[in-house]
Design a protein around this ligand. Structure first.
Ligand SMILES: NC(=O)c1ccc[n+]([C@@H]2O[C@H](COP(=O)([O-])OP(=O)(O)OC[C@H]3O[C@@H](n4cnc5c(N)ncnc54)[C@H](O)[C@@H]3O)[C@@H](O)[C@H]2O)c1
Ligand SMILES: O=C(O)[C@H](O)COP(=O)(O)O
Length: 527
C-alpha cells in the first residue's frame, strides 16, 4: 500500500478517502527538520497552510508522487521544485471560496461596528456604549483588489448591502466586471475613492507589499482595510504607522507576513480599530469538508494512476481532456520514445505535427506526452507529465508544433521529426478504431505496424535475398520473429523493414546486420 502523510489538521472525511487506497499517517506537529526526516517514506503528502514544503523538504521526498493542498494558496509549496521532480501539486480552487468571502464580510462589519472590542469590554465588566459608535457600510465605496472567485462573491454580497463597488484586476475583462455590476478601475483610482479596501489576490513578486506607505498616502483619510488573502501583500509596518497616525481608521487582518504571528508583533498592541484573526478564512465546517474531499480524491486518483482534476503544475491535463485524448497521448508517448531511439544521440528539435481529426485538439498535452516518450529512454521513470517540458527545456530541446487537418489517411495521426546530433528521423502513428495504436510511417516510408516490446528496424535496398539473409541471421542467434513488414516508395528503391521480435537482440548481432550488403542502417528499439 502507498503511504500518505497528513501534516496539517484535515477533516476526517479526507482521511477516510485516502485510507481506501493508502496507509495514512496523521502527524500535525512535525518540526521542519522532522518533516525532512520522515518525508522519504511517503508517496503523497496532504497539507494546509501550516506546513511549509520548501525546496529541501520536497527534495527529501524522493518517493513523493503528489502534494495535495487542502485549500487554494500553494505559496507554502515550492512548486518549481515539485515540478522539476515530477511531483503533481493539486489544490482545491473553490472549496473554501464562500468561507473566505464570508470571513471578509464579517471582518468588514466587525471593523465598522467594533464588535470584537465591544464584546471584550462588556465581558471585562464594563457597560461602555460611547467608545463604540460605528459607521455604516451602506452607500460607501468598497474597493476590491483581485476580482477572482472570493473577490466576486464579496462584490455580490456587498452590492446587496448597498455598497458601490470598484475593482482592480488587470487580468479580468470589463465584460466579467460589468456582469457583476462592478466598475473596473485603475489601482490609483480605487485607492483614492474607496472607503473600504479588501484584498483577494495571490501573493506574488508583483503583489508583495502592494499596500505600502506610498499607496496608503494616496488613500482617503479614514479608510478601512481588510486582508483575508495573503500576508505580505500589505506592508505591516506601514499600516501600523498609518493606524497610529489616524490615516487608516481600521484594519482587519486574517493573514500575516510571518505565520504564526510573532508573540511580540507590534500589531497585537494596536487598539480597538485593529482586528486580527489567526488565518481563519477557510475555517468553516463546510469549507473543510469541501477541501478535504476535493484534495483527498485527487490524491487517491493519482495514486491509482488516474489524472488529477486541479493540478497546478500540469497545464491542460484536466480529466475531461485526458479522457478524450488518452489514446492519442499513448500514441504520442510511444512515437516520442521511438523517434528518440532512432535519433540515437542528442535531440535539438522535435517537430510535432497533428493531422486529421486531432489537428483541432488541444496540442499541449500531446506535445508533453511526446516529450515524455522522447526522454524516457534516458530518464526512465524520472520523467512524467509534470516535468517532461521542463526536462526538455533544460536539455535545450526546442519544440515546433504544426497542424494539418487535411491529412485523412487515418482519422487522426501524429507525425514527429527529431533533429539531432546524428541527423534527422521521423515517425508517424495513428489510431486504428478508437484506441489501437499503429506506426504508419518511418522516415516517410509507409508501413502499418502494431508496436511491440522489441523491434528491429532496417533501412535497406529493396532487392531479392536481403530479407532472407536478415531472417537467417536472427534464426542462427535463436531470435524469434513475431511479425515482419516492409515499406517502400518504389520497387527496388530504398525500403524500411520492421521486425517484431520476441527476444532482445544478442550483443554484436546488430553490427552483423548493418554489414549485410544492401543494408544502410539498422536499429534495435525497445518500447
Ligand atoms: N484567509 C484564508 O483562509 C483564505 C482562504 C481562501 C483563499 N485565500 C487567498 O485568497 C486569495 C484569493 O483567492 P481566490 O480563490 O479568489 O483566487 P482567484 O485566483 O480566483 O482570484 C485571484 C484574482 O487576483 C487577480 N490578480 C492576480 N494578480 C493580481 C494583481 N497583481 N493585481 C490585481 N489582481 C490580481 C487574478 O486575476 C484573479 O482574478 C488567494 O491569495 C488565496 O490564497 C485565503
Ligand atoms: O489559501 C487558502 O486556501 C487559505 O489560506 C486557507 O488556508 P488553511 O487551509 O490553512 O486554512
Amino acid at each position: 500500500m502507498p503511504k500518505v502523510l497528513v501534516s496539517d489538521p484535515i477533516d476526517q472525511v479526507g482521511i477516510d478517502i485516502l485510507s481506501q487506497v493508502a496507509t495514512v499517517d496523521v502527524k500535525t506537529t512535525l518540526s521542519p527538520e522532522e518533516l525532512i526526516q520522515v518525508l522519504p517514506e511517503y508517496d503523497a503528502i496532504m497539507i494546509r497552510s501550516g506546513t511549509k514544503l520548501t525546496k529541501d523538504a520536497i527534495e527529501a521526498g524522493k518517493n513523493l508522487k503528489i502534494i495535495g493542498r487542502a485549500g487554494v494558496g500553494v505559496d507554502n509549496v515550492d512548486v518549481p521544485t515539485a515540478t522539476r521532480m515530477g511531483i503533481v501539486v493539486v489544490n482545491s480552487p473553490e472549496g473554501n471560496t464562500i468561507a473566505a468571502a464570508e470571513h471578509t464580510l464579517a471582518m468588514m462589519m466587525s471593523l465598522s461596528r467594533f464588535i470584537p472590542a465591544a464584546n471584550a469590554s462588556l465581558k471585562g465588566g464594563k457597560w461602555d456604549r460611547k467608545s463604540f459608535t460605528g459607521v455604516e457600510v451602506y452607500k460607501k465605496t468598497l474597493g476590491i483588489l483581485g476580482l477572482g472567485k472570493i473577490g466576486s462573491h464579496v462584490a455580490t454580497v456587498a452590492k446587496s448591502l448597498g455598497m458601490r463597488i470598484l475593482a482592480y484586476d488587470p487580468f479580468l475583462t470589463t465584460e466579467r466586471a460589468e456582469k457583476l455590476g462592478v466598475h473596473l478601475v485603475e489601482l490609483e483610482i480605487l485607492l483614492r475613492e474607496a472607503d473600504y479596501i479588501t484584498l483577494h489576490l495571490p501573493k506574488t513578486k508583483d503583489t508583495a507589499h502592494l499596500i505600502n506607505a506610498e499607496r496608503i498616502g494616496i488613500m482617503k483619510d479614514g479608510v478601512r482595510i481588510i486582508n483575508c488573502a495573503r500576508g505580505g501583500i500589505i506592508d505591516e509596518v506601514a499600516v501600523a504607522e498609518a493606524i497610529k497616525s489616524g490615516k487608516i481608521a481600521g484594519i482587519a487582518l486574517d493573514v500575516f507576513e510571518n505565520e504564526p504571528l510573532e508573540a511580540d508583533s507590534g500589531l497585537r498592541e494596536l487598539g480597538a480599530n485593529v482586528i486580527l484573526t489567526p488565518h481563519l478564512g477557510a475555517s468553516t465546517e463546510e469549507a473543510q469538508t469541501n477541501v478535504a474531499v476535493d484534495v483527498a480524491e485527487q490524491i487517491r486518483d493519482v495514486l491509482l494512476g488516474l489524472p488529477a482534476r486541479s493540478a497546478v503544475n500540469i497545464p491542460g491535463l484536466r480529466p475531461d481532456v485526458w479522457q478524450k485524448l488518452k489514446p492519442y497521448l499513448q500514441l504520442a508517448e510511444m512515437l516520442g520514445n521511438l523517434v528518440g531511439q532512432l535519433a540515437g544521440g542528442r535531440v535539438d528539435n522535435l517537430d510535432v505535427k497533428l493531422q486529421g481529426e486531432i489537428a483541432n485538439s488541444e496540442s499541449q498535452p500531446i506535445v508533453v506526452a511526446a516529450l515524455k516518450g522522447l526522454l524516457s529512454p534516458a530518464l526512465r521513470e524520472r520523467v512524467n507529465f509534470v516535468n517532461a517540458s521542463i526536462e526538455a527545456k533544460e536539455r535545450g530541446i526546442r519544440v515546433t508544433e504544426t497542424r494539418d487537418p487535411s491529412v485523412e489517411d487515418y482519422s487522426g495521426s501524429i507525425h514527429l521529426t527529431a533533429h539531432g546530433s546524428q541527423g534527422q528521423q521521423s515517425v508517424t502513428g495513428a489510431l486504428l478504431g478508437k484506441s489501437e495504436i499503429r506506426i504508419t510511417s518511418i522516415n516517410e516510408f509507409p508501413i502499418n505496424v502494431a508496436p511491440t516490446h522489441y523491434m528491429l528496424l532496417t533501412l535497406h535496398r529493396d532487392m531479392p535475398g536481403i530479407i532472407g539473409r536478415i531472417g537467417t541471421l536472427l534464426g542462427n542467434f535463436n531470435v524469434n520473429i513475431a511479425s515482419m513488414q516492409v515499406g517502400r516508395r518504389m520497387v527496388r528503391g530504398e525500403a524500411v523493414m520492421v521486425l517484431s521480435i520476441d527476444d532482445p537482440l544478442p550483443s554484436g548481432l546488430l553490427d552483423e546486420i548493418v554489414h549485410i550488403q544492401g543494408v544502410t542502417d539498422a536499429f534495435v528499439v525497445k518500447l
